[in-house]
Unconditional design. Structure first.
Length: 140
């Protein structure tokens, strides 16, 4: 018996049927540090032997995002997608190169408690996107 691929495992855990299209889209997004638009996913898949229609790419991206396997980001006015870990985390998004770093929640937990203490605002720490400049872009 063969071991299921990483995309197949993640699709099964998320309760999604591991279709060829979902596998291809998820495999393309695994390990990327930058979010990618549906049009770019479509173009990359069609440069390989995986010819998938743009509408099918959109459907796959939406189902993967709805299942929690992808996060969505605003990338210069367009929706972009990135595979993220399943553990709670925050995103540090570079305005220079569009890289997305995952920040462990314990690093911002103190700040969020202070924010609540001073304002009464209760933040949802499961999704926090902080924009700025990454270390690489800051030195160039």
């Amino acid at each position: 018996m063969t071991t299921p691929s990483v995309p197949d495992q993640q699709l099964q855990v998320a309760g999604l049927i591991p279709t060829a299209q979902r596998r291809a889209v998820l495999a393309l997004l695994l390990g990327r540090s930058r979010p990618i638009t549906a049009q770019a996913v479509h173009a990359e898949l069609n440069r390989t032997d995986r010819h998938i229609g743009l509408t099918t790419v959109y459907r796959a991206l939406h189902s993967l995002a709805d299942a929690g396997l992808l996060h969505t980001f605003d990338l210069h006015g367009q929706r972009a997608y990135r595979h993220c870990g399943v553990a709670p985390h925050q995103h540090l998004i570079c305005d220079g190169c569009d890289a997305v770093l995952e920040c462990p929640p314990d690093l911002v937990a103190t700040w969020l408690r202070e924010l609540h203490h001073h304002t009464g605002f209760i933040p949802h720490s499961d999704r926090l996107d902080l924009r700025g400049t990454c270390a690489t872009c800051a030195t160039t």
